[in-house]
Structure formats: structure tokens, C-alpha cells
Design a protein around this ligand. Structure first.
Ligand code: FAD
Ligand code: NA
Length: 379
């Protein structure tokens, strides 16, 4: 074995694939029972509808290198992501755009008129002196839109009143003065034609790659554990950085999500893939309906799969999804980074290994850079 990769998410698999293609023998371990990290998907057994087990994943990128690379493993559909928002019994298009504004104010504003209106409403507070998330949000988009689409939605995400949240959690709130409600601005967008798992398995499908599932790097009863390997074999570690060092500098804060999945006996539940619920009287933040990610597929027309999403702070045993990133977290992260520098032949990567939110294209791009700039030469 020339390289041990801990974690079979997009970061780990990209490293493994590059190393294997360069003739290196790679072992990938993952403590889960399946490959693919959080991008993993599977067919819901009753309906055959592909569900994303760790939350809906939409692929998008403007990076030519990443786009060329991912197309070696899968084709992409022409799916274009759009999101709607269910506020006080009325459905609006998101991100907040001219359609949302005109529907909300029952008006026919031109882009210029809408811009002037929002600017006037935003005058209630100043971004520079705003004391909390609520004041900052109002300073950015004005009170009516902030309260309708952002205030309680964000409060639900953080389980914290908007007045008690720091203004630092946003630098801007998206408002578009056109009717364009495409969710992503990227040049390329689509979903893997045969699903995420087929794509992830194709990346791992190389004679130089061996994947071992149900294998935890910190389990000393299995041969490829931290104690046995570090310093002897090169390692790319994509698990949580604080866990690697036994939480020596304290725990880094994460938010997690809870998902409630349900098979509903109707052909179409909500007419679209993602519906946000920004109001406080719904506990969940959004509902996903997976069939709409693949309108090109033949799915049953009398059943559909929906998933309600709830957000909260993560305990140690929860899946870490989004870094909380308080000033304390940032300070701890710097200390952990200093420790990672001292680990012999271990490189830390991916969203957990670097404590940052990474989209899939960013995880893949960052793994390609690590391979080109650090690993390729040294193996
Ligand atoms: P992961 O996929 O998390 O992989 C890390 C792997 O390491 C896991 O399989 C884990 O089991 C394993 N591991 C951890 N510790 C150990 C250990 N001790 N021993 C062995 N294995 C271990 N990106 C997009 O581009 N578009 C989206 O729409 C999108 N939606 C998302 C929605 C949610 C709710 C979340 C949380 C993320 C979303 N992402 C999306 C981001 C995407 O999931 C990440 O980019 C991707 O998962 C990053 O890959 P990774 O390899 O860094 O981490
Ligand atoms: Na303002």
C-alpha cells in the first residue's frame, strides 16, 4: 500500500482515483457501511425513487477543470435547480427576485422601481452599525422581505432568535431585480444520470483501489488504525480534525440536520423538488420531493417520497453538517491547524478535515489541488 485514504467522500475518492491512476496502490477506509460520504444516494425500496440520504445534493460548478474531471465518471442531466417558499399560505419563487417582490407587494414594479423601494425600506438600519442578525438583515433588504423570507427561517436553522444571532452570519442576502429564479449562477449544472452512488462507485472502480467499509480509523482492533499507520504510510485524512487529535483543543461546533422521510400515496406532493417553509409555525425548514430531481425517469405515478428537514446544533454523536464558526471555533481551528502541520506524512482535507463548508465541486477541486501540488511528487 502506497497511500491510505480515510473517508470515501468526494475528497477522499478524488485523491484515491488520482493516486491509483498514477500507479499507486491505495486503500480507502470508511466507517460507514457505504461509500460516498454525504453525497451517497440510494433507491427508496417501496418506490425506487432515488433519495439523497444526507440531504438533497445538487451538482453545479463554473470550474472547467472540475467539470472535465467529473465528466470522466458520469453524464449529467439538464436539471436546473429552482426553489420556492411557502409563506403565510402563499407560494413565492426564490431567491427573492422581481417575481417574489411583485407578488409580495401585489405590484408591477420595474427593476428600477423595485430597487428604489427596497433601498428605502432598508434605510431603517445601517449595515455598519447593525447590532445583530435582525438589524443587519433589515439593513440589507428592508423589514417586510426580511421578516417574510429570512428572519424566522434563519432562526429555525440556528434555533436562535434573530435578535440574538450575530450579524456576522451574513454579509449579503440575495435579491435579484429580474425574474430569473435559477438557484445557482454557475456555468454547469445537472444531476448524475445514473445517480450519485453510481458516480462515486465509478471513481473507486480501479484495480489499484481497495475500499474497506465499516472501518474506523480510530478502532485499534483493525489493522489500518491511526496508531499503527501514522508515520509509516502516507495518509490523507478526511474525518473531523478535532476527533483526530482527541479533542485536545476542545470540540469544534457544528450544526446538524434531522430528516423525516415519508412515502406519500399521491403522484405529486408539491410540484417541485424543494419548498422552503420560512414561517415560525412550521418546525421544519423545508420539504424535499425527490422525484422532481429526475423528471426524465419512469417513477410510479401513485406514490412519491418527501423528506422534511429540521436543523439544530450537533452533539458529539450527531452527523456534523455545517460549521458553526464562532470566534472560539476559529481560535480552536488555528490550534488544530498547527497540530496538523506536525503530523508526519498525514494530509488533512475535505469539509471535516479542514472545518469548512465545501460544495461537491469545491471538495473535488481542492482534492485535485492537493494531488497536484503536494501529494503527486511525494508519493
Ligand atoms: P464527506 O462526504 O463528509 O466524507 C467524509 C467521509 O469520511 C465520510 O464518509 C465519513 O464516514 C468518513 N469518516 C469520518 N471519520 C472517519 C473515521 N474515523 N474513519 C473512517 N472514515 C471516517 N454540495 C453541493 O455541491 N451541492 C449541494 O446541493 C450540497 N448539498 C448538501 C447538503 C447537505 C445537508 C450537506 C451536509 C452537504 C451538502 N453538500 C452539497 C456538500 C457535500 O456533501 C460535500 O461537498 C461533500 O460531502 C464533501 O466531501 P468530503 O469528502 O469532504 O466529506
Ligand atoms: Na440600510
Amino acid at each position: 500500500m502506497d497511500l491510505l485514504v480515510v473517508g470515501s467522500g468526494f475528497f477522499g475518492l478524488t485523491i484515491a482515483e488520482r493516486a491509483a491512476s498514477a500507479g499507486k496502490k491505495v486503500v480507502v477506509i470508511d466507517r460507514r457501511s457505504h461509500i460516498g460520504g454525504n453525497a451517497y444516494s440510494e433507491a427508496e425500496p417501496e418506490t425506487g425513487i432515488e433519495i439523497h440520504k444526507y440531504g438533497a445534493h445538487l451538482f453545479h460548478t463554473s470550474n472547467e477543470t472540475v467539470w472535465e474531471y467529473v465528466n470522466r465518471f458520469t453524464k449529467f442531466t439538464s436539471y436546473v435547480h429552482k426553489v420556492y417558499s411557502h409563506h403565510k399560505g402563499v407560494v413565492y419563487p426564490l431567491p427573492v427576485n422581481l417575481g417574489t417582490i411583485n407578488q409580495f407587494f401585489q405590484a408591477a414594479y420595474s427593476p428600477e422601481e423595485a430597487r428604489a423601494l427596497i433601498k428605502e425600506q432598508a434605510g431603517e438600519f445601517d449595515v455598519k452599525t447593525a447590532q445583530n442578525f435582525e438589524e443587519k438583515g433589515i439593513a440589507l433588504v428592508g423589514r417586510p422581505l426580511f421578516e417574510a423570507f429570512f428572519r424566522d427561517y434563519t432562526a429555525k436553522q440556528w434555533q436562535t432568535d434573530a435578535k440574538k444571532l450575530s450579524g456576522d452570519i451574513v454579509s449579503r442576502l440575495p435579491v435579484r431585480y429580474t425574474y430569473d429564479n435559477r438557484y445557482f449562477n454557475d456555468k454547469y449544472e445537472g444531476l448524475p444520470v445514473d445517480g450519485y452512488t453510481a458516480w462515486l462507485e465509478k471513481m473507486a472502480d480501479h484495480p489499484n483501489i481497495e475500499v474497506r467499509l465499516n472501518t474506523d480509523f480510530f478502532d485499534e482492533s483493525q489493522p489500518l488504525n491511526k496508531k499503527a499507520v501514522v508515520g509509516k504510510t502516507p495518509v490523507v485524512y478526511t474525518g473531523p480534525v478535532d476527533r483526530y487529535f482527541d479533542y485536545a483543543e476542545g470540540e469544534l461546533g457544528w450544526r446538524t440536520l434531522d430528516f423525516e422521510q415519508e412515502v406519500v400515496p399521491v403522484g405529486d406532493y408539491q410540484g417541485t423538488s424543494v419548498m422552503n417553509y420560512p414561517d415560525a409555525n412550521f418546525e421544519y425548514t423545508r420539504i424535499h420531493e425527490f422525484r422532481h430531481f429526475h423528471p426524465e425517469r419512469e417513477y410510479p405515478n401513485d406514490k412519491t417520497v418527501i423528506m422534511r428537514e429540521f436543523s439544530r446544533f450537533a452533539d458529539k454523536d450527531d452527523e456534523p453538517y455545517y460549521p458553526v464558526n464562532t470566534p472560539d471555533d476559529r481560535e480552536r481551528l488555528l490550534k488544530y491547524r498547527a497540530l496538523t502541520e506536525q503530523e508526519p506524512k498525514v494530509l488533512f482535507g475535505g469539509r471535516l478535515g479542514t472545518y469548512q463548508y465545501l460544495d461537491m465541486h469545491m471538495a473535488i477541486g481542492s482534492a485535485l489541488s492537493m494531488w497536484n501540488n503536494k501529494l503527486n511528487e511525494s508519493l
